[in-house]
Design a protein around this ligand. Structure first.
Ligand SMILES: [Ca+2]
Ligand SMILES: [Ca+2]
Ligand SMILES: [Ca+2]
Length: 196
């Protein structure tokens, strides 16, 4: 049996935007679109896949460089939204750090405070209201939980944790709401306590 021949995709690497070399952060995917954050440029490339062809269709401006993007319907309108953690690269200079959310992946972006030096994101419905929520890990020793809603994100909780690198959503206790597990195997169960 012969295997079908596979052709490499026709890629236009986002690492050459504007003729300046930069590095790509953790991308996010929604349908046929791929959102690629980067540093040191404070921009995010929007790529679209068409079969094997992948082309850049937009370049979104950010207040800071970014290492991490995530996609989830954070306002409950049925369209996936793009969240980008932006981080200048210095914990002492964190004045422009935070989170930028592009509704349906399109500008303008809306900025939110999300700790100092945010480096990674996780999404899931933590409070069980049917709208995706967002957890932000930052090098300032915290995980910030922001709750999704029709009018945008609102503060949920701040969990102190030594230099969290990443966090994963999962329903660990099977109650239908998403729980969060940190890289130090610390588990945040979000189940509401039952009244006796
Ligand atoms: Ca949405
Ligand atoms: Ca929610
Ligand atoms: Ca749960």
């Amino acid at each position: 049996m012969s295997l079908p021949k596979v052709h490499p995709p026709d890629l236009t690497p986002p690492s050459r935007i504007g003729g300046v070399h930069h590095r790509a952060g953790r991308p996010a995917v929604a349908g046929r679109e791929i959102f690629v954050p980067s540093w040191p440029q404070p921009q995010l490339a929007v790529l679209r896949a068409d079969g094997w062809k992948l082309s850049q269709v937009a370049l979104l401006d950010l207040p800071n460089p970014s290492f991490f993007a995530a996609v989830a319907d954070l306002d409950g309108d049925g369209k996936p939204d793009l969240a980008v953690a932006t981080y200048y690269g210095s914990i002492p200079d964190s004045s422009r750090d935070g989170l930028v959310v592009f509704s349906a992946g399109r500008p303008p972006g809306r900025s939110y405070a999300a700790g100092r030096a945010p480096i990674s994101l996780a999404t899931g419905d933590v409070d069980g209201d049917g709208i995706a929520d967002l957890a932000v890990c930052d090098l300032g020793d915290a995980v910030t939980l922001l709750l999704g809603g029709r009018d945008g994100l609102r503060p949920g909780a701040v969990l102190e944790l030594k230099a969290p690198q990443s966090i994963a959503p999962a329903d660990l206790d099977g109650d239908g709401t998403v729980d969060l597990t940190g890289d130090e195997v610390i588990v945040f169960l979000t189940r509401q306590p039952r009244t006796p």
